[in-house]
Design a protein around this ligand. Structure first.
Ligand code: FAD
Length: 269
């Protein structure tokens, strides 16, 4: 085997390249990545990057020296669009197909898309570009609705509250991070959010009112995305209210401390 192509230039892709070299593969390794950035670590996106503590360079998974050592044919801005196993070729969105003897697909995950996401002011949080686009919009006087109360949503909400934004979290689960952590722990976290982040879904109605009024001259310029966002929030409103109710009743029994907002990020080391 002389030519190995790895599709996906992130954690899995770069680790695969590392392993191949460590195991003595001396042939050509082509690493295809659809983004324009050198391989970077995603976990800090919703933590240090969003909170402006780190600049993008710090997220790099490998230094320039390490990349040179790996001797990769690294192709950024190269999106694979098709696979022809008979010809052993990968088709690209732009340019000539790339042929391989061995193929590794490490294309990771993509966020679920929602209707209305093409409007200004609606952001996903998956890539470095997403985080860089969102970061300057997180100003203390802003209001943010976080759709998805998993780890990433909860982390983004915690960062936003730390900056001073008014935050509303919306999720179809009974409590934040319920899928990953189970009911009991997620209810504790909901209590923390309500107590320390102040505005879990409890402020949904106020958020609606504020979104509706955002076009008023006295409230600043409308960004045009309010109706779609309000609709998304409205759909989740009943569930969100339940989250808040559960959290409040739990709060009475667990006795969370009041004070400065705390983040509960996972440390990746
Ligand atoms: C904001 C955020 C915070 C996170 N925090 C944590 C955390 O605290 N702890 C934790 O354990 N995990 C966390 N994760 C998850 C962790 O980042 C992922 O598990 C990890 O990135 C998976 O790596 P991967 O290489 O498999 O996939 P990905 O990181 O998804 O990378 C896949 C790569 O493939 C590229 N690609 C996709 N399709 C194509 C194509 N057709 N052609 C070419 N390239 C393509 C993509 O552009 C991407 O660069 C977080 C994720 C995000 C987004």
């Amino acid at each position: 085997m002389d030519k190995i192509v790895i599709v996906g230039a992130s954690a899995a892709g770069i680790s695969a390249a590392d392993s191949l070299r460590q195991r003595g593969f001396t042939g050509r390794i082509t690493l295809l990545g659809s983004e324009s950035h050198l391989p970077y670590d995603r976990p800090p996106l919703s933590k240090q990057l969003l909170s402006d503590q780190w600049e993008p360079e710090r997220l790099r998974l490998r230094s320039a020296e390490q990349l040179t050592k790996l001797d990769l044919n690294l192709r950024l801005d190269a999106t694979a669009t098709g696979l022809d196993p008979r010809r052993r070729e990968i088709a690209l969105a732009a340019g000539e197909p790339v042929d391989y003897d061995g193929l590794i697909i490490a294309t990771g995950a993509a966020p679920r898309r929602l209707p209305g996401d093409d409007l200004a002011g609606v952001h996903y949080l998956r890539t470095l570009d997403d985080a860089l686009a969102l970061r300057p919009r997180m100003r203390p006087e802003s209001r943010m609705v976080v759709i998805g109360a998993g780890f990433i949503g909860a982390e983004a909400a915690a960062v936003a509250r730390g900056i001073g934004l008014s935050v509303t979290m919306v999720d179809p689960s009974a409590a934040p991070m319920a899928r990953a952590l189970g009911k009991r722990v997620s209810e504790l976290l909901a209590a923390l959010h309500v107590d320390q982040l102040a505005a879990l879904a409890t402020e949904l109605d106020q958020a609606h009112a504020a979104l509706g009024a955002a076009g008023d001259p006295g409230r600043g310029p409308s960004t045009g995305w309010e109706p779609a966002l309000a609709e998304l929030a409205r759909r989740a409103a009943s569930v969100a209210t339940t989250i808040a109710g559960t959290a409040r009743s739990h709060h009475a029994t667990v006795g969370c401390s009041k004070g400065k907002p705390k983040t509960h990020n996972r440390d990746l080391g």
